[in-house]
Design a protein around this ligand. Sequence first.
Ligand SMILES: NC(=O)c1ccc[n+]([C@@H]2O[C@H](COP(=O)([O-])OP(=O)(O)OC[C@H]3O[C@@H](n4cnc5c(N)ncnc54)[C@H](O)[C@@H]3O)[C@@H](O)[C@H]2O)c1
Ligand SMILES: [Zn+2]
Length: 380
Amino acid sequence: MPDFSFTVDYQHRIRFTHDAFDSSNLILREVLNVEQANTKVIVLVEDTILAINSDLELQINGYFKKLEDFDYKGCYALKGGEDSKQNFNTLKDAWSIIENQGIDRHSYVVAIGGGAFLDVIGLACATAHRGVRLVRFPTTTLAQDDSGVGVKNAINAFDKKNFLGSFAVPYAVINDFSLLETLPLAERRHGLIEAIKVALVKDADFFNYMTKNAEPLALAQGEVFENTIEKSAILHARHICEGGDAFEQGNSRPLDYGHWAAHKLEQLSDFKLSHAQAVSIGLCLDTLYAVNLGWFNKSQFSTIVQLIKLLDLPVWHPACELVDKESGQLAVVAGLDEFREHLGGELNILLLKGVGIVEEVQQMDTALIAQCLVELKELA
Ligand SMILES: NC(=O)c1ccc[n+]([C@@H]2O[C@H](COP(=O)([O-])OP(=O)(O)OC[C@H]3O[C@@H](n4cnc5c(N)ncnc54)[C@H](O)[C@@H]3O)[C@@H](O)[C@H]2O)c1
Ligand SMILES: [Zn+2]
């Protein structure tokens, strides 16, 4: 029996801009490849964004109606936020629109929304016709600096985050900084946790840039903010595209630093903790764990905590001290097992020996985790 081997070449097109739907902005037009006249395009937008930004729909309609070669099928508002990942409603709505409007594998779905919305629409696009072209416009800091440039999508099921999903490279990602303007200040700041994460794991210079510019960064607008988003997005995309494991076949997940606890805490808090807030706690937990192992410098840990607090992010939450009735253990510790399952069998937790210096461990000491959580409560 022969074994066949083949590779598929992907392009990951990522752009940064302002006012993407201004008629003079050609970024989107230049990214869309037209293989045949009247290529269909539909735009799916998270409903809250259309409600807040009253001009956006007009702008989008104006932009596409001017484009020759396209058959513009309109702009649709759909529900987003984490709730949209908790059931099948938005997924089904997106499938219906794709089906009703005759979107095929040469058409484009332009999706505009937060990370949760893009996850659901990404899943709809990956599965309708086994994959239609998706252009993502992330509208939160977190979606621009991390999830939007990723190659995954998912909804939650069986009480587990991201249980149902797929790997699917978007046709393009356009990070339009202007779309962040309607986001409340706290949200604009919170998403920067993924930039802190990727800097801690991969790039000491980038981490120093953020700590040196902490005050302007906390304004969550302007040059430092945009530079930080761009650098973070590029570091995430580079790891995915050049790290040798884009579709996560292996056991190593450097971009998931602090996430074993984060995913569990999101669920334990009934999603009162956002992903960004939960990552903030998870990142502090794993970094303090490394401090207590004698691996990571304590004063550098304090610098991280200072930056996190300046961005109004938490280092602790009451969900951290919930106890599982059956096992009598801290409930968050089950996150280790769930992470193991998510990795496909073998547990690998990334810990820091310094900024940008990492080491993987195959187990964590639950008593030390508990001690770290007590220390984090004191810091909160
Ligand atoms: N696919 C991946 O690789 C990946 C990676 C990391 C995180 N994620 C997922 O991303 C999700 C978190 O995304 P998020 O942090 O963007 O949160 P989110 O999508 O839940 O958005 C947060 C809130 O902001 C609102 N909002 C979004 N954009 C807005 C804007 N421009 N103005 C005003 N309000 C706006 C939303 O309606 C929502 O209420 C989680 O579900 C997480 O699992 C996915
Ligand atoms: Zn994350």
